[in-house]
Design a protein around this ligand. Structure first.
Ligand code: UDP
Length: 143
């Protein structure tokens, strides 16, 4: 099993509903370690840059507006197959299609406001982690 790092966001809807601790508990219960974490309120430019790959999609403006509507929690998670493990914890993009017991089934209201983000591949994880964290902010969890 490969030890990987992935990037995760608790989106403004879930932060506003006070679900930070419950979501962190899911990560830790699944064996993922939080190796960096902070709360940020994205600027429009930061949100547009993060979601640049979606800039031509019809929902882009609404997505940027939502992601800047309040503070978010950003975190780097580390563990065995962390990218896929986190995607399984999250559930499908549309909460109506998300499996029972996943974060989006439990905490997301709609496909537009769907509680969490998680990298979809190791390469995007590396890019997304570097978008928010310096190398010094990623803490080894060797103890
Ligand atoms: N999104 C949206 N409307 C849609 C599809 C996607 O608002 O019809 C937003 C939603 O917040 C989603 C994000 O765009 O999480 C990125 O979409 P993607 O297909 O990459 O889904 P994810 O990787 O987040 O499951």
């Amino acid at each position: 099993m490969a030890i990987e790092r992935t990037f995760s966001i608790i989106k403004p809807d879930a932060v506003a509903k006070n679900h930070i601790g419950a979501i962190y508990n899911r990560f830790e219960s699944a064996g993922l370690k939080i190796i960096a974490s902070k709360m940020v309120h994205l600027t429009k430019e930061q949100a547009e840059g993060f979601y640049a790959e979606h800039s031509e999609r019809p929902f882009f403006g609404a997505l940027v507006s939502f992601m800047t509507s309040g503070p978010i929690m950003v975190q780097c998670l580390e563990g065995e197959n962390a990218v896929l493990a986190n995607r399984e914890i999250m559930g499908a993009t549309n909460p109506a299609e998300a499996a029972r017991g996943t974060l989006r089934a439990d905490y997301a209201a709609s496909i537009d406001e769907n509680a969490v983000h998680g990298s979809d591949a190791v390469a995007s994880a590396e890019r997304e982690i570097a978008y928010f964290f310096s190398a010094e902010e990623l803490c080894a969890r060797t103890r």
